[in-house]
Design a protein around this ligand. Structure first.
Ligand SMILES: [Zn+2]
Length: 272
């Protein structure tokens, strides 16, 4: 189980190295910028390296976190929290793709065929639409004996919200056989806007709805309840400390902008 998807030291190479040949937009300048990345550490440009903010050693957990990340996410999202998350956790496996299916992960295939009494498989994704259903993780933990959840596997999806929803939907035929959908609290409230960087110290970019969390925050909140009582809050806090530091770091490079306004109908101004 442990050797699967072991996090390569330079895991981010895969997302940057598979550039299409003949990519006409790539010029000398972008090649130089890519070369000046923190190759040995966080994978970010050297100028925004966050390695000093990360724990000196990966944090051991009883939970095995499996992240399915969209092929474009790490390439296009300059403030992705996944690199930091992977550096922080000892048991964090990465899968690159648009859906989970038989053959995508030996670990999941094995648990699907031979369920382990102590390793339930959970996938974390909030209820957004009325047709979706996810159980509050805290409630699930309180109703599940410790022996039946001592070494859980937690699957998370890392992508934009639109892509993540598509990835979950495409993975459901496989996941439904052996995994349980969970969420943090009541999940998302599509009727309310999410917080922005200027309103919260753990928000890197504005989320579409209230309750939407970044990948690292979602995993931090989940580990708080999944890990043994004496360890959970500490692990959560260590991950959130990294996120807060990233947000503070990012805020230095951000300039507050006024909400955009657009004219919707005659005389009616709508704030976006
Ligand atoms: Zn770095």
């Amino acid at each position: 189980m442990e050797e699967e998807e072991a996090l390569p030291n330079m895991w981010f190479l895969s997302s940057d190295d598979d550039n299409d040949e003949g990519d006409k937009e790539e010029d000398c300048q972008s090649r130089r910028q890519r070369r000046s990345k923190c190759w040995e550490g966080c994978g970010r440009p050297v100028a925004t390296c966050i390695c000093p903010l990360l724990p000196p050693c990966p944090i051991p957990t009883s939970t095995h976190v499996v992240v399915l990340h969209h092929p474009q996410e790490l390439r296009t999202n300059k403030i992705a929290t996944l690199p930091a998350l992977c550096r922080c956790l000892e048991r964090c496996s990465l899968l690159c793709g648009r859906r989970l299916h038989p053959g995508a992960s030996p670990l999941l295939d094995s648990l699907s065929a031979f369920p382990s009494p102590s390793s339930p498989v959970l996938f974390l994704f909030p209820t957004i639409g009325p047709s979706e259903s996810a159980i509050d993780l805290k409630r699930w933990v309180s109703h599940t004996p410790y022996a039946s959840r001592a070494e859980p596997v937690l699957i998370v999806f890392d992508a934009t919200w639109r892509y993540a929803r598509e990835m979950v939907a495409a993975s459901l035929p496989y996941l439904e056989r052996f995994a349980l959908q969970v969420q943090i609290g009541d999940g998302c409230d599509a009727g309310m806007e999410g917080a922005s960087t200027f309103e919260s110290d753990v928000v890197l970019r504005k989320e579409p709805w209230k309750g939407c969390l970044s990948t690292i925050e979602a995993v931090a909140r989940a580990l708080r309840v999944l890990e043994p009582e004496e360890r959970g809050p500490e692990i959560e806090e260590r991950l959130l400390a990294v996120l807060r530091a990233m947000v503070a770091f990012q805020a230095v490079h951000l300039t507050p902008v006024k909400p955009r306004t657009k004219l919707k109908k005659k005389g009616k101004v709508v704030r976006e």
